[in-house]
Design a protein. Sequence first.
Length: 440
Amino acid sequence: MTAPLRTPAPRPQLPLVHDLEELRGEAMRVLAANWAGTHTVPSRTLYPHQWSWDSAFIAIGNASWVPDRARRELLTLFEAQWRDGRVPHIVFSPSVPDEAYFPGPGFWRSHEVPAAPAASTSGIVQPPVHALAVWRIHQAAPDRDFLRAIYPRLVAQQEYLRTCRRPAGDGLLAIVHPWESGMDNSPAWDEPLAAVPAGPLRDKRRDLTHVGADERPTDLDYRRYTALAAAYRDGGYRDDRLLDEHAFVVADPLINAAYGAAEAALADIAAEIGADPYPHLEQAEAVTRAMIDHLFDPARGLFLARDLLTGKALLVDSVAGLIPLILPDLPADVADRLIDTAITRFGLYAGLPPSYAPGGPAFERSRYWRGPAWINTAWLVWHGLRQRREALAGLVAESIVQVTAESGFREYFDPFTWEGHGCADFAWSAALTLDVLSAR
Ligand code: DGY
């Protein structure tokens, strides 16, 4: 059943003109304040280490004004790449006290794994948006030496995903933890997560000292998150028997779309440094095809995640299902269906896509990934629309500027009122606003 249609709420009454120079300056202030010398923390309070996909979005925003810092950001992240090619979702800073974040290095115990790097890291991944960031940096401030240094790292990241994370033989990448999707408590994970036995929540959650419990995942979510992560860790972070041994194995449209867009960006990078772009173009095409064959639901006009343990499509209208718009090879008729869905069920004419369509039964306007609008997914939709629907892309860009001007660089926003939620001074909100401003 398709979620019921609902007329989007009217766009909030905002002053139409803001001082854009002031906004730009404020964004730079946040990024400078969150810069930790070799990388940027997403938030000084809630996320005090380096996060993988955050760093890619942050580098995109830094590209136009501090490209050296953008390059350093990604080089630091890739220094913590595991020998099997995986790029961990968190690189822990030794200078941050243990009690500042849970689950910290003592939980993940990466040092016990032979393939892990010298730095302490988590053992799971996040959507590979890094090649997009590298290409963006190169466009803003060309530097072939940087491309040459990071290209093999990006290729190894993709190779890990391709060889270790395609358990079902259908050409689709799987995530093994909701944290790998970047959208931790998306309603899309409710069904597969319900089958995961909840463990004890031994350590105290640190996130709730910074943000209200009604804006974060629940304790039950956390008991399942930690149980799943502990099981993966205790199995040595091995991927060879995922379908037999792991409790959560899901093909997510966002990570697959990011992987395909990364291959397209790698083709550009390869051409620039005299490497062969064609294998990358082939990979981009292959994953686009696999996604259309296995994840696109024509009746719903949306890409859906699929539970690879049950084979069932997860019938949830998540913004992740719109992100395949970033795939350069996505056929026009499929893109048109996605755009229709974005307008009718996600209320895109109101400017910012909510993380979950407001007509759905699990919608909560201020709880993390269960409804609020986020700047990174708005930016991805904008990126995907730019070559297809310029006017609509312009509306999304304008909304990113207006919402951050009005509510500050908050972590996420009420999709109707644009009130800010989650932590303040959130780095990717500042960075991607800067990127949108630099494209005006
Ligand atoms: C968190 O701490 O909330 C993150 O999303 C997990 O990486």
